[in-house]
Design a protein around this ligand. Structure first.
Ligand code: C2O
Length: 536
């Protein structure tokens, strides 16, 4: 298939990692895949050609997709997947946002290897709100399985267990030399006494990560492509889905320094027997002039369960002074739940899903026939119901399965309290909203007290697209629903999506011509070969 514009060839590729030769699915034969590097205001056109044996879609994580929901990418929410030997052109503008984001497959576990960085620079003539760095280094952190990741996911879903753990963490696709049989280590060569902007992304499927560079502090300047007040720390903390832009100054003694990555295990130690794999992925920060064979200095990493360090990072960030939309038009309290689905006598209600996750007691199921956005656009009933509950169901209510959405009036201000269970704390869920950035007004441990608005930061709240909801804690977020479309809101631990930890916001059309859902592009993939999309 020939390709216009930027071309993503998605296909199998054999690579060596951890003494194994493994077939993975990758874009353009690269791991990570190609970096998208654009200016704010640019149009991005990516022709995705699926030469892999799997159905897939690509999602541009954190891109707001103003007026282009058909390009957002979550499978069965805004499009049917691109079938093998088919293609789809994603076309959208990156207006009104700057910083580091990323892209990834949004169907099954394929994002384990189908991912890359997405960098948005200030448009020509505009500057960063921090001193111009001398050098920039994208650092995409990931997880590596020596097995086929689609099999790993299917095994987990069928058994109702957590998926088997990854075999390694990675820095720009490489495990680093502290693993046995490490093939290579990512190395960034830097000049002494310069400012380096690290664009760090957590593309791991299921692991929260700590990131440190021996001998250097970070000045955080943005998270999730939203600028922050300068925040100095020696440890970056990234939940799956998060990105952090951080400056380092290379004023240490000329030498070799490890950039080290280890997991933050957020499971409540009292409720689990097993812990995450505590191995260490490394890259190297090498001062120019130092021998590449010098032994790098190793930073002291937080321990696996160091939630204090993680929360200090998350709670300590501030945004730039911002206008927070108010007053609140829609307020929703969502409790994140994990548990057993009640099975009926014939077991049909929980086939292959003995263990489930839910928001407000509803375990989310993607539709199978038509994407939600198409169903809406084509006026096809029966694909979803618009009865997602705004409140937490009474204690002891059984989970139900459903494809339930919450409609939001165009331009309404939406406040959501995300509550992680306190009585039986489980783990930190990084909740990601498609289509918007939201302000993080408040966060804490224990149970949120309804109406406690005195805890809100309405002056300089940090903005994000993915928020780590603390184990046994809560977060309050707010966003302006100014983008018509169907927007997935889900846990970014990939294992929790098939379990049902998500829901969808349906932002209604406005009344002005520029606030009405546009028709889908002509090449939007169809679910079944031969099925007709009805264009109005
Ligand atoms: Cu980065 Cu719905 O995902």
């Amino acid at each position: 298939m020939a390709c216009s514009s930027v071309c993503y060839q998605v296909q199998s590729m054999r690579i060596n990692q951890l003494c194994n030769s493994t077939d993975i699915i990758a874009v353009n034969g690269q791991l990570p895949g190609p970096t998208i590097d654009v200016f704010e205001g640019d149009e991005v056109v990516v022709d995705v050609i699926n030469s892999s044996p799997y159905n897939l879609t690509i999602h541009w994580h954190g891109i707001m997709q103003l007026r282009t929901p058909w390009a957002d990418g979550p499978s069965m929410v805004t499009q049917c997947p691109i079938q093998p030997n088919s293609s789809y052109i994603y076309r959208f503008n990156v207006t009104g946002q700057e910083g580091t984001l990323w892209w990834h497959a949004h169907s099954s576990f394929l994002r384990a290897t189908v991912y890359g960085a997405f960098i948005i620079r200030p448009r020509k003539g505009n500057a960063y709100p921090f001193p111009m760095p001398d050098q920039e280094v994208p650092i995409v952190l990931g997880e590596w399985w020596s097995q086929n990741v689609v099999d790993v996911e299917n095994d987990a879903v069928m058994s109702g267990q957590r998926p088997i753990q990854s075999d390694a963490y990675t820095v720009n696709g490489l495990t680093g030399q502290l693993y046995q049989c490490a093939n290579e280590t990512f190395t960034a060569v830097v000049q002494p006494n310069t400012t380096v902007l690290l664009r760090v992304i957590n593309a791991a499927l299921n692991a929260h990560l700590f990131f440190k560079v021996a001998g250097h502090n970070f000045t955080v300047v943005a998270v999730d492509a939203c600028y922050t007040a300068n925040y100095t720390t020696d440890t970056l903390v990234l939940a799956p889905g998060n990105s952090v832009d951080a400056l380092i100054f290379t004023d240490a003694a000329p030498g070799s320094y490890y950039m080290a990555v280890e997991p933050h295990d957020t499971l409540s130690p009292s409720t689990v027997a097993t812990t995450d794999d505590d191995s260490t992925a490394t890259g190297i920060l090498l001062y120019n002039g130092t021998s590449a064979t010098a032994t790098p200095a190793m930073p002291t990493m937080p321990t696996n369960f160091d939630t204090t360090t993680a929360n200090a990072f998350y709670f300590g960030l501030r945004g730039l002074p911002a206008a927070v939309p108010s007053p609140v038009d829609v307020s929703i309290t969502i409790e994140l739940g994990l548990g057993q689905l009640p099975c009926d006598a014939t077991q049909t209600s929980c086939t292959g899903k003995a263990f489930a996750a839910a928001m407000n007691g509803v375990s989310f199921r993607l539709p199978t026939q038509l994407s939600l956005l198409e169903a809406q656009f084509d006026g096809k009933p029966g694909v979803y119901t618009a009865d997602f509950p705004d409140a937490v169901p009474p204690n002891g209510t059984a989970m139900v399965e459903g494809t339930r959405v919450r409609s939001l009036p165009y331009n309404s201000t939406v406040e959501i309290v995300l509550q992680n269970p306190v009585a039986l704390p489980s783990e930190n869920h990084p909740i990601h909203l498609h289509g918007f950035n939201f302000f993080v007004l408040a966060q804490g441990l224990g149970t949120f007290t309804p109406g406690n608005t005195s805890a809100y930061n309405l002056v300089d709240p940090v903005a994000r697209n993915t928020i780590a909801v603390p184990t046994g804690g809560w977060v309050v977020i707010r966003f302006l629903a100014n983008n018509p479309g169907y927007w997935f809101f889900h846990c970014h631990l990939d294992a929790h999506v098939p379990m049902g930890l998500g829901m969808v916001f349906a932002v209604e059309n406005g009344t002005t011509p520029d606030s009405i859902l546009l028709p889908p592009p002509d090449d939007l993939p169809m679910c079944r070969p031969g099925s007709k999309r009805r264009h109005v």
